[in-house]
Design a protein around this ligand. Structure first.
Ligand SMILES: Cc1ncc(COP(=O)(O)O)c(C=O)c1O
Length: 369
């Protein structure tokens, strides 16, 4: 009893004293809905999937980025920055969200993007240009030291009397992590109201901030749930390390006395597919199938791969057939447009590559590939 009391008192202490949120701007309108996922026809009966519709956050449907940037935006104002600098792939959702945020705040933006300068302005890149972002294209080899490049750009701008502000890749900084700690409160309140109990939360991992926030949120609010992340680049081990470092520096920065059992960081490898931002027919089939059966639009870089992970792990039995799963839809819709031709090839393409069309009937659960 004593142990029970002191554990609960400690939790109360954490909630009242430690979870003093940093100030945030308002970029996420209202709680995003949690819906029953009317998913694929042959999904195992018993498995219940709910969708947390964070694809519907504001900042022009910026998904999980809106939640992280909410906290970062306040710091930008505090530091009186006039230029936001960030980085990512050529179709980075985060870079586009940052460019839009900058323009909405009356600031300039400089995006350091991995890709060729002659890339067609489509999807996110098109929006970057449209809102007036300055773009610096770098090669994949240069991207290895992108933090240094951003520092150099910062220095150049300072010399010109500007006040640049670097947002790290994916806004996955200690401040950005608050986004999904706060989101955990929102989710818990929604689940309580709808009397839904979930066993597992599933999300995509690209830079780790979303996972780190959910993980910390679940621990600090005593939510007994498994958080499963599917990495869409690198490896599970790489992200266990990166997320571990992020959580550790968050705990230090905000002086949280939380003991982390690192074995609980559950990251499942095997769904990077052909590589980061490369799309395979099986992923496109799943995206098309989900779109047709539910009207939910997954993206090819993150949520499509995480959903494939959920399908496959369910098929293999690692995710139990009777589990209740909350799938975090983190957005990314603009990443679909640059690959529309892979879904529906132009007529000329069909003749030369007859297999390049989405399969009409999904056969995801048979194990035949
Ligand atoms: C649409 C989408 N989903 C998921 C992620 C992964 O989130 P995180 O970078 O916090 O791991 C990202 C960005 O990386 C994203 O743009």
């Amino acid at each position: 009893m004593e142990g029970y009391l002191s554990a609960n008192l400690f939790r109360l202490y954490i909630i009242l004293v430690k979870v003093a949120y940093p100030k945030k701007a308002s970029l996420v309108t209202g709680p995003t809905p949690i819906e029953v996922f009317q998913s694929l026809p042959d999904w195992p009966s018993g498995l219940k999937i709910f969708l947390k519709r964070d694809d519907l956050t504001s900042l022009l449907l910026s998904g999980n980025k809106a939640r992280k940037l909410e906290f970062i935006a306040t710091d930008i104002i505090k530091k009186k920055a006039d230029t936001l600098i960030t980085c990512g792939g050529i179709q980075s959702n985060h870079a586009r969200a940052t460019a839009i945020l900058a323009t909405q705040m009356g600031l300039k933006s400089l995006l350091v993007l991995r890709g060729k300068p002659d890339t067609e302005a489509q999807g996110n890149l098109f929006l970057d240009r449209l809102v007036g972002a300055e773009i610096k294209h770098i090669t994949p080899a240069e991207y290895e030291y992108v933090d240094r490049i951003m520092e150099e750009e910062t220095e150049k701008l300072r010399q010109l009397g500007r006040r640049p502000y670097i947002i790290p890749e994916g806004a996955s900084s200690e401040l950005g992590v608050w986004g999904y700690i706060k989101a955990t409160v929102e989710i818990l309140s929604q689940l309580k109201k709808s009397k839904i109990k979930v066993d597992r939360v599933v999300c995509a991992i690209g830079s780790g901030g979303t996972y780190a926030g959910l993980f910390l949120g679940s621990k600090v609010f005593g939510w007994k749930v498994r958080i499963t992340g599917f990495n869409v680049c690198y490896t599970a081990d790489y992200f266990k390390n990166r997320i571990g470092n992020l959580i550790t520096s968050f705990l230090q920065k905000y002086r949280w006395r939380l003991k982390v059992d690192w074995n609980e960081v559950d990251i499942v490898d095997g769904y990077v597919g052909d590589g980061y931002a490369r799309s395979r027919p099986i992923e496109r089939d799943l995206i098309a199938g989900v779109a047709r059966s539910s009207g939910i639009i997954l993206d090819p870089v993150y949520t499509g791969k995480a959903m494939l992970g959920l399908v496959e792990e369910t098929r293999k039995g690692t995710i139990g057939p009777k589990e209740k799963v909350l799938f975090l839809h983190t957005g990314g819709i603009y990443g679909l447009f640059p690959i529309a031709h892979l879904f529906y090839p132009p007529a000329a393409d069909k003749k030369t590559r007859p297999g390049a069309q989405p399969v009409e009937k999904l056969d995801l659960f048979s194990g035949k590939r």
